[in-house]
Design a protein around this ligand. Sequence first.
Ligand SMILES: [Zn+2]
Length: 159
Amino acid sequence: MLISDVFQFAREGRVWTGVFALSQMARLADVLARRTGEVQVVLSGSVDERDQAQLALSLSAELVLSCSRCLQELPWPLQVQTCLRPVPAGHPVEQEELLDDDHDVIEVDGGLDVQALAEDEILLALPLMARHEQCTPPQMREAADETSPFAVLAGLRKS
Ligand SMILES: [Zn+2]
């Protein structure tokens, strides 16, 4: 999905809704435990009080990540709501715009690839270390076996 003129899209207050298959997002392949399912996308264009283009992006998906502790699957419902300010590539961005926490500035060179944008935002939203609230890492389970009563008894017999 390519929006050929995102500034016109914003000026006209247009809205694009659609879905992308997770299996088509190559950069997510490394972080997803399962590559089935899809992302629902709503992109709405508008202009702010200074007549500058802005895009409200909403993403929702039921992701399955890998738990960094037990390495098992971890369901991860994703909800992203973000506001983006497109600027033409090479256009100098004012310092105050970069410091504006409410909007992320994105450079747009020609058209806007909505799927690539959605993938970028998903990668930003994912935790560095996803883990279950409670689970046991595999090496801890082995360690627990080593200190079983039988292991302790065997140790006492040697002494
Ligand atoms: Zn876990």
